[in-house]
Design a protein around this ligand. Structure first.
Ligand SMILES: *Cc1c(COP(=O)(O)O)cnc(C)c1O
Ligand SMILES: [Zn+2]
Length: 419
């Protein structure tokens, strides 16, 4: 196991140690999110990346030695991670870059990258003997906790979601048997309520940003990208950003690998925000520190990246700055249009927030943030079946016919004459 050396506050560098329910730095409050740091020399001496590559476990526990969990600790039984990394030559060609890959996170058990954080938080809860785990969510983090938690009968799951979360996401929660509170307010309202309730009840909070294990869980996507490219890395990784936790996890994963000497460079990270939910993009553009960021009202079709006050703002800004990346923003129209574009160029169906990554990649190339000779990985964070209603708005067609060969032929001839 990776022995935790310290929990270090991203704001003040304050060093914390200890066991139990560790969330944020007592001195810096909610902004003082924590990095979990290891003894990289000791890890480097005891681990071998080639031996790791021979591990046949097709899930994120192949990296257990790089995660803050004991080797013999029980883990949720569902297989999270080890998702496909597809070479995407037609995407590369369309964007005008040398090479492109798609990391298909919609292939996770509950259909999004959030499973990576939930499985680690649940493993931690099992280690601590906790009986209730809770989260607030725009939908996917909750589905991930509910789904993975359904396979762990010792633990009860309580979810706080905004009452207007997409139907498929709410259905997932109820199907998995979680206790669901539909909060009459925004995601940020649900978040604050969940935090307060967990504190009163002593429940374990999986809340994004607040729980440092979420970043560690999400970092496994970076470990996989590097391993799947035989410990090479793309020049650039693009990912959509709401709370900023995924991009922070990506950065931590590449940071750990770099510290271990397993990769030579950390990719530049490009964060894609919806124009209507662009608190981090604006802060980056204006050169603000995380402390100066204020909550702002947001509106976007991409519910998974709607965040009024990005919870992982400090780590997310650091990820983009330290990797010499950038933020870009995309309109709702571009996000919706990107759903069929991505699907037709790759066969991967993304929910709006995930298609936003592709829309943002166009922007990044057009803005000269990615060179034509460079390689680019698109992190497709969630499955298109999560929000079918929105996808349906992006496409037309479907020809109604009588059930006869004659009628089908007439209809198809007419369609091809027009198309
Ligand atoms: C959560 C989520 C994001 C954004 O991740 P943050 O950590 O909030 O920045 C993007 N896409 C999908 C599908 C998500 O579920
Ligand atoms: Zn601190």
């Amino acid at each position: 196991m990776a022995e935790i050396r310290e929990f270090r506050c991203v704001i003040g560098g304050c060093s914390l140690s200890g066991d139990g329910l560790i969330y944020t730095c007592p001195q810096h409050g909610e902004l003082g999110t924590l990095d979990i740091l290891y003894d990289y020399e000791a890890l480097g001496a005891s681990l071998d990346r080639d031996a790791l590559a021979a591990d046949r476990q097709a899930n994120s526990w192949r990296y257990k030695a790089l995660l803050p969990i004991a080797p013999d600790s029980p883990v949720p039984p569902l297989d999270v991670g080890w998702t496909p990394l597809y070479a995407a030559p037609r995407i590369a060609h369309a964007l005008g870059v040398e090479r492109a890959w798609i990391k298909d996170e919609g292939a996770n058990p509950t259909g999004s990258l959030k499973d990576r954080a939930s499985t680690l938080v649940l493993a931690r809860a099992l280690e601590l003997g906790i009986s209730t785990v809770s989260t607030a969510s725009t939908g996917n983090a909750a589905a991930a906790l509910a789904g993975l938690g359904a396979a762990v009968p010792q633990i009860d799951i309580v979810i706080f979601v905004p009452h207007n979360a997409p139907e498929a996401k709410v259905a997932q929660l109820l199907v998995y048997g979680a206790t669901v509170l539909l909060v009459e307010g925004s995601y940020d309202d649900a978040f604050d309520l969940c935090m307060a309730y967990c504190a009163e009840e002593g429940w374990y909070s999986r809340n994004t940003g607040v729980n440092p294990f979420t970043t560690e869980g999400k970092k496994t996507v970076a470990l996989e990208i590097a391993e799947q490219l035989r410990w090479g890395v793309p020049d650039v990784v693009a990912v959509s950003v709401g709370d900023g936790s995924i991009i922070s996890g990506l950065h931590k994963g590449f940071f750990d690998l770099h510290r271990l000497g397993w990769i030579e460079t950390v990719p530049r990270l490009i964060g894609v925000q919806a124009a209507g939910s662009a608190v981090l993009a604006r802060a980056w553009h204006d050169g603000l520190e995380a402390q100066a960021i204020r909550r702002a009202p947001v509106t976007t079709v991409a519910d998974s990246i709607a965040s009024e006050l990005p919870r992982d703002r400090a780590k997310a800004l650091r990820a983009v700055r330290a990797s010499e990346g950038a933020f870009v923003t995309v309109s709702d129209a571009e996000i919706v249009a990107a759903i069929p574009q991505l699907a037709q160029l790759s066969g991967v169906f993304a929910e709006p927030a995930a298609a936003a990554t592709f829309a943002g990649a166009w922007q990044a190339v057009a803005a000269g943030l990615v060179d034509r000779e460079e390689s680019l990985c698109l992190l497709i964070t969630g499955n298109g079946l999560k929000d079918v209603a929105r996808a349906r708005q992006a496409v037309s067609g479907g020809i109604r016919v009588a059930p006869s060969v004659e009628a089908a032929r007439t209809a198809l001839n007419r369609a091809s004459a027009h198309g």
